[in-house]
Design a protein around this ligand. Structure first.
Ligand SMILES: Nc1nc2c(ncn2[C@@H]2O[C@H](COP(=O)(O)OP(=O)(O)OP(=O)(O)O)[C@@H](O)[C@H]2O)c(=O)[nH]1
Ligand SMILES: [Mg+2]
Length: 299
């Protein structure tokens, strides 16, 4: 009898333009929601660890903020987190929205072409939106020429189509290592951080224009009581006018944000949640080092 003792394990950085479906893909792979997802670009602000373990392999993913340029200090932090994840990875997984054409992919391509030797895989995402798959061919050819990836795999992070094939390709390219994390590890994010993200997800979903981008969430209290988790959170905005919009007429919008977040938080903690929300104006928090650090976006 022969026993195969080889075990693959390593880090795969999930990178790409904002809104390409990076976080959706990670959640699908893990079968759990570890990263928030919204229809708006620039949802993810941190690099988020997600660990997938199966017999013979462990893939440690970094979900990252969408690669884009902006002078705002928060956005520069987001970009540098994505690039740091690339630098710390064994493999780059570029998620491309297959329904988009043109300069959309340029920033990601430039960053990826400057990587230091890691193999590159492309996941061509959102193929469920394209009934005529031959329409993907010009983009596949463009990506082939521009980035020479090890493989381009059409997937749908929403339906799971092609994802198993993608995982097999990733595993092939990973180094031989023993697992780095215990097999039941999914993420290293503390529950408090995930709770803040869930409130921010509700804000992103229920507000528009500049409001989501002017918002940060901090958790003031996270208390486990018998049969109940009691959470107080503050939603920070940059201007008094944004505070008014966020709260809404008669407090209706804030109430809806609270209801939406509470349902998601109850799934996170697996029980009842009592959620108290406060709104505070912290002028220009996204442009100042001190407030970025205070809200968890800086070192
Ligand atoms: N139809 C379809 N929609 C998708 C797919 N993957 C993601 N989406 C949608 O695309 C939007 C963006 O998804 P995210 O996972 O937040 O994208 P992201 O790349 O993490 O975005 P950032 O964090 O902003 O960089 C959401 O509305 C998702 O539901 C897919 O395979 N098919
Ligand atoms: Mg994301």
């Amino acid at each position: 009898m022969t026993v195969d003792l080889t075990h693959k394990a390593g880090y795969a950085a999930i990178l790409g333009a904002p809104n390409a479906g990076k976080s959706t893909l990670l959640n699908h792979i893990l079968g759990e929601k570890v990263a928030i997802v919204t229809p708006k670009p620039q949802t993810t602000r941190h690099r988020i660890l997600g660990v997938m373990t199966e017999p013979g392999a462990q893939i440690i993913f970094w979900d990252t903020p969408g690669l884009h340029h902006s002078e705002r200090a928060l956005n520069r932090e987001m970009m540098s987190r994505a690039l740091a994840a690339l630098a710390d990875s064994d493999l780059a997984l570029w998620v491309v929205d297959g329904t988009r054409r043109g300069p959309e992919h340029q920033t990601a391509l430039e960053a990826l072409n400057r990587r230091s030797g890691q193999p590159l895989l492309v996941a061509l995402n959102k193929t469920d939106l394209e009934t005529d798959k031959t329409k993907l061919l010009p983009l596949i050819q463009e990506l082939e020429e521009a980035a020479s990836p090890a493989a381009i795999i059409p997937i749908s992070a929403r339906t799971g189509d092609g994802v198993r094939l993608l995982l097999d390709e990733i595993i092939k390219l990973l180094p031989e290592n023993q697992p780095f994390y215990p097999e039941d590890t999914l993420t290293d994010q503390p529950e408090r951080t995930m709770a803040a993200e869930i409130v921010r997800e509700a804000v992103f979903k229920l507000t528009s224009q500049e409001i989501p981008y002017a918002t940060a969430v901090t958790i003031d209290e996270f208390k486990e009581e018998p049969h109940l988790v009691s959470i107080s959170a503050t939603i920070h905005v940059e201007k008094a006018s944004q505070k008014g919009v966020l709260i809404g007429q008669g407090g209706l919008r804030l109430k809806k944000i609270g209801q939406t977040a509470r349902l998601s938080l109850e799934r996170l903690v697996g029980g009842h949640v009592f959620l108290k929300l406060f709104v505070r104006t912290t002028p220009d928090w996204s442009r100042k080092k001190s407030t970025l650090i205070e809200f968890g976006y800086g070192d």
